[in-house]
Ligand binder design. Structure first.
Ligand SMILES: Cc1ncc(COP(=O)(O)O)c(C=O)c1O
Length: 433
């Protein structure tokens, strides 16, 4: 008898012994390498990746141009911190200032989405001299303390970490499908906006609010696309009261929604925009952009970071942005996303447990409900498991875990897209409520 060694299992056993068990993983395989739209585990099995390391590998895994830029930079300059200026930092800030919405030309670089959130909130408080922050239900902004305080997409991100920083005031997000007015998006927005009046009348004066932080498309909270009137109306409220509007584009940025940034769908220019995940093509880096008149009120050395804007990550980001532009991946995301959305919308008609299909570009959510119309984590997770059995990686999201989110590489081929959606549809059809 020939025994085949399961290399995944050997490493999973070691993982159990040495890795802090708080670090959960969606799939219990050990990835050894990745290329394009595929991950390969230690046994050599290939998995079609519709999860992209949670919206990071927008240009696919190990894109040759990103790899080349990183290799070159590693051999040239790896680190200076704030000891000196360095060229990749300055080049990346210049590049970002040309691609971010108009006026957001003053950039700060850090290492992760949560760090960008922290820096932006610190800046907003410093500049306005106000303490309050408004966020939304279903939000996910990261795992550091302020980011955790701003996160409520699931209880387990917050519980037992109190006291969390504040004051934070949480308003409903216009989640039209689960609202009181599922057939009237504008009524849903009006209901949310009415909550600002209640807030300012009963809870906190707007003069005490530094910022409103919002995801232009709700990510962890369920891939919820708000009506396009929502962000412009938020900006109006923010402007009226001297509040800084922060758009968290950590998950929705860099072509994911069929625009370079999701705020472009409603022509909204926030006061501060957060970027992370896909910006580095797989290397850790984040950024926030604001107007110079705002950043100039933040005195030098009031914020900083040892690794933020590391030369290697900056080189990766410059190469990644180059690939997005050269390969026209924003247009690709819009056209391929629409095809997939249309196909799944048609499919949903004969599969009633698919209660909603929504999305922009290649940021697509498929929501599941049980027979009583309640959000169904069980179905969503069973579908994800079935997809995994068939070597397609899809993640869930939503406050109840009721949504499958599709976040494939923007440059995957039509064949890869069709193969993935075939597997997904078969999985959905096989899981009946
Ligand atoms: C919208 C949003 N903001 C912030 C974060 C936190 O980013 P990071 O995990 O890089 O700290 C995430 C991560 O999923 C996110 O989706």
């Amino acid at each position: 008898m020939v025994m085949t060694l399961n290399k995944n299992q050997t490493y999973l056993d070691k993982d159990k012994s040495f890795v802090n068990p708080v670090l959960d993983r969606y799939f219990h395989i050990v990835t050894e390498r990745a290329a394009g739209s595929y991950l390969y585990d230690m046994n050599g099995d290939a998995y079609l990746d519709f999860s992209t390391g949670i919206a990071v590998n927008n240009v696919g895994h190990c894109h040759p141009k990103v790899v080349e830029a990183v290799q070159k930079q590693v051999a040239t300059l790896m680190h200076t911190s704030v000891v000196t200026h360095h060229k990749p930092y300055i080049d990346l800030c210049e590049k970002l200032s040309t691609i971010t919405p108009k006026g957001l030309e003053s950039i700060f670089l850090s290492n992760s989405g949560a760090e960008a959130v922290e820096g932006a909130i610190k800046m907003a408080r410093y500049v306005t001299g106000r303490p309050g922050i408004i966020n939304f239900k279903g939000a996910f902004h990261g795992r550091t303390f302020m980011a955790t305080a701003l996160t409520n997409s699931k209880l387990y991100y917050r519980e037992r970490y109190e006291p969390l920083p504040g004051p934070i005031y949480t308003l409903p997000y216009p989640y039209v499908f689960r609202s009181n007015t599922p057939n009237d998006p504008e009524a849903c927005v009006a209901e949310v906006l009415e909550q600002f009046n209640v807030l300012f009348n009963q809870f906190i004066s707007p003069e005490q609010v530094a910022s409103i932080i919002v995801e232009p498309v709700l990510g962890e909270g369920g891939y919820v696309v708000p009506p396009s009137s929502f962000l412009p109306k938020l900006k109006e409220i923010a402007n009226r009261h001297g509040i800084l509007l922060i758009a968290d584009e950590v998950q929705s940025g860099f072509g994911r929604t069929g625009k370079l940034f999701a705020v472009e769908h409603s022509q909204t220019v926030p006061d501060i925009m957060l970027m992370a995940k896909a910006i580095g093509g797989g290397m850790p880096i984040s950024a926030f952009a604001t107007r110079r008149e705002i950043s100039e009120q933040w005195k030098p050395a009031r914020h900083g970071s040892t690794y933020g804007g590391n030369p290697v990550s900056c080189a990766a980001a410059l190469a990644t942005i180059g690939v997005i532009q050269e390969e026209k991946l924003v247009d690709r995301s819009a056209t391929l996303g629409k095809k997939i959305l249309d196909r799944l919308t048609t499919f949903a008609k004969s599969n009633p447990h698919v209660s909603d299909v929504r999305g922009l570009g290649l940021m697509i959510g498929v929501e599941f409900s049980d027979k009583n119309g309640k959000p169904s984590k069980e179905i969503a997770h069973a579908v994800a498991d079935k997809c995994f059995e068939n070597k397609l990686l899809v993640l869930t999201c939503g406050s109840y875990g009721q949504v499958i989110r599709l976040i494939p590489p923007l440059n995957m081929s039509d064949e890869e897209a069709n193969k993935g959606i075939d597997i997904l549809e078969k999985a959905i059809a096989s899981v009946k409520p």
